[in-house]
Design a protein around this ligand. Structure first.
Ligand code: RIB
Length: 301
């Protein structure tokens, strides 16, 4: 009968009846990073199968912008919030969000004292795999190009790298540089390595976009990858397959991360205030391509 009358359930009425808005917020730091496109794709697929819609917000790691988005999502009574960055929130702001009763899942962030669930890749293990691989190729002078100091997963990747290097008495502690974790940041840090650190033979970039910036700096200087210097990334974004040279990198399950986070929200929807935080760690693996090779003396810049 409903079909005959071309009846469509009124969303507002359904939301009032169920106490749910069937909307989930996803806050990422920079949508230009293709890593987030793949996470968002997994989240959207899971949301769509659960009859929910996804609202995408770009925080730029700007604390004020992030707080505004969180408030606006709470006003919309979203069923839950997925966040990639909480670095910008101070402890009281995190506690307020936790007290709102809205399920929050942190993506790829360490467990925090607040009541948030987490879905993360094994970042420490990924850093270890990158270090172990470079060492097997014979590299002992390695630079790690990281992101901002409060970027927890990049810190974990650096820790894994240090752990791998510690296994060999000949390897030095990696040189760690920090900068914006985007193409420009990688380009600038890459130039710094080229001009100030002539003994570095391999670079571990904290993500693929940083690696692309580094490779650009190396090629512009008339050097080659991996002939003069090896570069390994992290994320395994789709374009790393078609970059020049194809990028050796650490794969993290981006799509699965987005899906798993939405599944957690959907499961806890309707239990506001009573859900217990859940923590899931997903495995990583090394993708060996063409941007790393055994070390050889660098041609002069
Ligand atoms: O902040 C973005 C970065 O963190 C991504 O490139 C990915 O590595 C994530 O974990």
């Amino acid at each position: 009968m409903a079909a005959k009358l071309n009846y469509r359930p009124n969303r507002v009425a359904r939301n009032l009846a169920t106490g749910r808005s069937h909307t989930i917020g996803l806050i990422v730091s920079d949508i230009r990073n293709p890593f987030f496109a793949e996470v968002a794709r997994g989240a959207e697929d899971a949301a769509c199968s659960a009859g929910c819609e996804l609202v995408l917000c770009n925080s730029d790691l700007d604390a004020a912008k992030q707080v505004r988005y969180i408030q606006s999502l709470l006003d919309k009574r979203v069923d839950g919030i997925l966040m990639h960055s909480v670095g910008g929130l101070d402890r009281p702001q995190q506690e307020n969000l936790s007290l709102s009763g809205i399920p929050v899942v942190l993506l790829n962030r360490p467990r925090s004292a607040s009541n948030f669930s987490t879905v993360t890749a094994d970042n420490d293990e990924g850093g270890f795999l990158a270090g172990e691989y470079l060492m097997k190729l014979g590299h002992r002078r390695i630079a790690y190009l990281s992101g901002p100091p409060d970027h927890g997963n990049m810190r974990d990747r650096g820790r894994g790298l240090i752990r791998a290097l510690a296994a060999d008495a000949e390897a030095n502690h990696p040189v760690i540089l920090r900068g914006p974790h985007n193409f420009r940041g990688g380009y600038d840090m890459g130039n710094l390595v080229l001009t100030r650190l002539p003994d570095i033979t391999a670079i571990f970039a904290a993500n693929d976009i940083v690696a692309f910036g580094v490779i650009r700096a190396i090629l512009e200087a008339g050097l080659s990858v991996p002939g003069d210097i090896s570069v390994i990334g992290f994320d395994n974004v789709e374009v790393s397959l078609i970059s020049h040279p194809p990028l050796t990198t650490v794969h993290q399950p981006k799509y699965e991360m987005g899906r798993a986070a939405v599944d957690m929200i959907v499961q806890s929807a309707g239990e506001q205030g009573t859900h217990l935080p859940e923590h899931r760690t997903l495995g990583v693996k090394l993708m060996e391509r063409e941007s790393c090779a055994p070390p050889r003396a660098r041609s002069t810049v």
